[in-house]
Design a protein around this ligand. Structure first.
Ligand code: SAM
Length: 259
């Protein structure tokens, strides 16, 4: 997967050199480009923000640097896709061709507290994409025309990490890349470890234990030492349901309908 990030703080993403995502980059599973928005400014102060039209507190990110940055990332690819896939003389294939183009277009994600809330289902969906582009807002956000213009050349999504406000999009993008990246086949060594996790079946994960069997007077639940795989699976499922009911009852209707 190709991932591009546009930000005024490229150094934020240095940590993508380490751990599983660092290895995924080294092995070529993830091809990452981090772009400094200020490289697309043309004034002495490398200005990326200005006062809001209509008044109000704070500053808004100017459209010109964003437009230039996205043109550099998106336009060569979208030009190729458009010429390769759209042109057809057969009206019967026109719809399919247009659909192919839409599917081939990169997905541009603008992190925003005003967006749809990120979750595991969205991470799974995005892990199937070939090209993700993230635009990290700062200040009061990005001039709306950037989002509207980008939507003519990519599939745009405004995505929120949750119902709170961060100072900038970088932390949200880091979280999304980690959640998406670990679902790309080959990134996590043992794919089985992805299956029994929280949110995979609409339930939270059961509690986990490792050696020693007794620690500070606390014992590992005896069923886990029994070797009885059926009993262990049943216990874990009960724990999942009980934990989800206690901590996240809002998840239960969806979980029940899947069962
Ligand atoms: N004025 C904006 C609003 O009220 O919706 C908030 C701007 S916030 C201070 C600056 C940037 O942080 C946003 O443009 C966005 O990129 C990022 N951000 C803040 N909270 C976020 C959240 N919950 N999820 C994703 N990104 C967020």
């Amino acid at each position: 997967m190709r991932i591009d990030i546009v930000t005024i703080f490229p150094e934020f993403f240095d940590v993508l050199d380490i751990s599983l995502l660092g290895k995924a980059r080294q092995s070529g599973l993830i091809d990452l480009g981090v772009h400094n928005l200020r490289d697309h400014t043309h004034d002495r102060h490398r200005t990326v923000d200005d006062t809001p039209y209509g008044g109000g507190a704070g500053m808004v990110m100017k459209p010109e640097p964003w437009g230039e940055a996205f043109d550099a990332i998106l336009d060569p690819a979208t030009d190729d896709v458009a010429t390769d896939d759209v042109a057809t003389d057969d009206p019967a294939t026109d719809d399919a061709a247009t659909d192919d183009v839409a599917v081939d277009l990169p997905v541009v994600i603008f992190p925003s507290p005003a967006g749809e809330v990120f979750n595991q289902a969205m991470a799974k969906e995005l892990a199937l994409e070939k090209h993700l582009v993230f635009g990290c807002g700062r200040y009061e956000g990005i001039d709306q025309r950037v989002i509207d213009d980008t939507a003519t050349k990519a599939r745009v999504r405004m995505v929120s990490l949750g119902d709170y406000v961060l100072n900038g999009g970088e932390v949200a993008v880091m979280a999304m890349i980690e959640a998406i990246g670990r679902l790309i086949p080959g990134v996590v060594g043992n794919p089985a470890s992805l299956v029994e996790e929280s949110h995979e079946n609409g339930l939270l994960e059961y509690p986990s234990y490792t050696k020693p069997a007794s620690w500070r007077g606390r014992e590992v639940p005896p069923v886990l030492l029994s070797g009885n795989h059926g009993a262990i699976a049943a216990w874990r499922h009960d724990q999942q349901v009980e934990r989800t009911r206690r901590v996240r009852p809002d998840l239960l209707p969806a979980a029940n309908s899947e069962e």
